[in-house]
Design a protein around this ligand. Structure first.
Ligand code: C2E
Ligand code: MG
Ligand code: MG
Ligand code: MG
Length: 283
């Protein structure tokens, strides 16, 4: 388990929500209709190559604009959706929308042919027998090249049933999509298993970036993940970079990619489009 981050970052979601989050009933019933009512949208957080400052890609982050509660955090409603099979429909909506949007941006020349769209998959989605077929269908319907889609699964998802997971990952690789392990660094003992697993990226969990460079445990874990990624020829990306010292430390340690509030918060479509030209022009 990731340790809890002590920071609050942006005051992003409504205050009211915190109190009401314990009252699950209105959330659960509202969630059921949220797709058809058009209450979901995606925000996108850019990921950069920390050394060249070049844009690597963007991570799609789901947002729910609740009619009464305002913006509800995915940390609140994804676990609820995960308890029912709603997460499958929601996850499919996210994939379809993210692929459609990226293809549209590519056609308008806003992204390059090697920029990535990263999409989070929940454990239930990953375990579903139709996952690979449905990704293949969504790619072909959207026209997004497979190599520009990166799926983020958590370490926990991978480790629950490693043999099945590895089989799915091989099929995803055959399809040509990339796979990142999100929130990595928590299941230390399982690192060794990764040798056999077809992956592309390790994302260092934000909870370990928070304490850099002062917390010696965070330093040790970040170093270990960076070294492991190098040994396995995987990309490594640090999430939750908030300060210059974290940023500089990660560069010195050889972590090539990062995302976080220091570089940019997640942005709604219009804000992202406004800033893209700058980032794409960066040295
Ligand atoms: P995650 O995939 O690890 O995404 C990173 C989270 O950290 C995002 O929170 C992002 O806004 C936040 N973040 C980014 N940079 C910083 C930073 O510098 N400091 C701090 N304190 N936070 C930062 P968000 O958008 O609230 O999403 C929370 C989690 O909800 C995600 O964690 C992911 O696990 C889940 N999630 C979001 N969208 C989806 C989705 O479409 N499907 C699924 N299954 N899960 C999703
Ligand atoms: Mg993620
Ligand atoms: Mg993450
Ligand atoms: Mg995280």
């Amino acid at each position: 388990r990731a340790k809890e981050s002590g920071r609050n970052g942006f005051q992003y979601y409504s205050q009211e929500l915190t109190a009401r989050a314990f009252d699950r009933i209105p959330l659960e019933s509202g969630l059921y209709y949220a797709i058809e009512r058009g209450e979901f949208c995606l925000h996108y957080q850019p990921q950069f190559n920390l050394q060249s400052r070049r844009l690597r890609g963007i991570e799609a982050l789901l947002r729910w604009q609740h009619p009464e509660l305002g913006m509800v955090s995915p940390a609140t409603f994804i676990p609820l959706a995960e308890e029912s099979n709603l997460i499958l429909r929601i996850g499919e909506w996210v994939l379809v929308e993210a692929c459609r949007q990226m293809k549209d941006w590519l056609e308008h020349g806003l992204f390059a042919g090697d920029n990535l769209m990263s999409v989070n998959l929940s454990p239930k989605q990953f375990d579903h027998p139709d996952l690979v077929a449905s990704i293949a269908r969504i790619l072909s319907e959207s026209g997004l090249p497979a190599h520009q889609l990166e799926l983020e699964i958590t370490e926990a998802t991978l480790m629950r049933a490693p043999e099945q997971a590895i089989d799915v990952l091989f099929r995803l690789r055959e399809l040509g999509v990339k796979v990142a392990i999100d929130d990595f660094g928590t299941g230390y003992s399982s690192l060794i298993q990764l040798k056999r697993v077809p992956l592309t990226t390790l994302k260092i969990d934000r909870s370990f970036v928070t304490g850099l460079p002062y917390d010696s445990n965070d330093v040790a874990i970040s170093r270990a993940v960076i070294a492991l990624a190098q040994d396995l020829c995987l990309e490594v990306l640090a999430e939750g970079i908030e300060t210059e010292v974290q940023h500089n430390f990660l560069i010195c340690e050889g972590c090539l990619n990062g995302q976080g509030y220091l570089l940019s918060p997640p942005l709604e479509v219009s804000d992202l489009q406004m800033r893209l030209a700058d980032w794409q022009a960066a040295p």
